[in-house]
Design a protein around this ligand. Structure first.
Ligand SMILES: O=P(O)(O)OC[C@H]1O[C@H](O[C@H]2O[C@H](CO)[C@@H](O)[C@H](O)[C@H]2O)[C@H](O)[C@@H](O)[C@@H]1O
Length: 325
């Protein structure tokens, strides 16, 4: 029998095997992504067909923030939106009623986005200011809150009664999680995020257990998950799906068959909004993902660059369909 060298005796063999393994893995990933794409076609590649039913109807645009309008980054405070994305969004919002529905606090996202003609629904829709009159297209870069600017707004904050306990919880979480390096607590006003993106992998479960045991003492709260984040929210029947329904009604579209909701999001919490659109039976739930994922969305976009290209397409589509009428 011939002698067969093992990979540990032969570093070249080891690296050949590794690169073959990597190739095999990326081929497998590519083919599973291709299979997933058949079920959730690219909203860019399907754009023309997708927009056929939208001719003559009002499109209402809903967008998540992190992972949709801004790329995922290590530090949540550095999740800036690019100037190009801002311009695309500004144009979209000039044509279609547009809302950003985010898990973050409303004022924080408004500070990032800096557009005046967009509705901001913060804390997973638990903090909404909706305009009484249509949003203006001038003065897009005003940075103050709508009410401070003198515009009439309707405020909806279904979890207001939880604010004192949320403040108490913030203190407890900040104090207790100090022992876990990299853990970060974000105050999202009506909910709290405990970030573990920068926590050592071996400490993540301890952090999760710690948060779980703290929240067990607060029966009015529940835990949900996002991208390397534990989210703590008041136990009320409200989520991004309910926020979408509220906004549709508030914008005056509820009794009309002539509107189509479009919702683009990347996270588990966006699934509630996808479900509402699926239940309505018309409109466009679009997931942002570069890997196959269990989702209720009908269409997909790979990343924030594709989201931007899609928004630009929307503007051009509207301009050309208006010109041909
Ligand atoms: O509903 P969203 O707008 O998607 O907000 C969900 C959470 O987004 C932010 O966290 C995520 O993005 C961070 C910046 O890219 C990233 O560092 C973090 O790991 C992600 O989970 C935000 O900071 C959270 O408060 C939101 O709950």
């Amino acid at each position: 029998m011939g002698y067969q060298s093992s990979s540990s005796e032969n570093p070249n063999l080891e690296s050949t095997l590794k690169s073959r393994f990597d190739e095999d893995r990326s081929t497998a990933l590519m083919s599973s992504y291709a299979a997933w794409l058949r079920k959730h076609p690219s909203a860019l590649e399907s754009f023309e067909g997708m927009m056929m039913p939208a001719k003559g109807k009002s499109l209402v645009v809903f967008l998540d923030y992190d992972g949709t309008l801004s790329p995922i980054v290590e530090d949540p405070d550095q999740a800036f939106i690019s100037d190009n994305m801002r311009s695309a969004l500004q144009e979209v919002a000039c044509i279609f009623p547009t809302a950003i529905v985010t898990g973050r606090r409303r004022d924080k996202v408004k500070e990032f986005v800096q557009l005046h003609n967009v509705i901001y629904a913060g804390s997973h829709g638990m903090d909404m200011l909706t305009p009484v009159s249509p949003l203006r297209c001038n003065n897009m870069h005003k940075s103050g809150a709508l009410d401070e600017e003198g515009d009439e707004v309707v405020s909806y904050q279904p979890a207001k009664a939880f604010l004192p306990t949320i403040q108490e919880l913030l203190k407890v979480l900040k104090e207790k999680t100090k022992t876990i390096k990299g853990a970060m607590i974000e105050d999202n006003k009506f909910c709290i995020s405990v970030h573990f993106r920068r926590v050592n992998i071996e400490d993540v479960n301890s952090l999760k257990d710690m948060v779980k045991s703290i929240i067990e003492a607060y029966s009015g709260f529940r835990i949900t998950g996002g991208r390397k984040v534990i989210e703590i929210r008041p136990r009320i029947d409200w989520d991004k799906g309910r926020a979408l329904q509220y906004l549709i009604q508030n914008l005056g579209f509820n009794d009309s068959n002539d509107f189509l909701p479009l919702y683009i999001g990347d996270d588990k919490t966006d699934e509630d909004a996808f479900k509402v659109i699926k239940d309505v039976g018309r409109g466009y739930p679009v997931i942002v993902s570069s890997i196959p994922k269990e989702t209720k969305a009908s269409y997909s976009l790979r990343d924030t660059n594709e989201v931007m290209a899609f928004l630009v397409n929307l503007v051009n589509w509207k301009k050309s369909s208006s010109a041909s009428n």
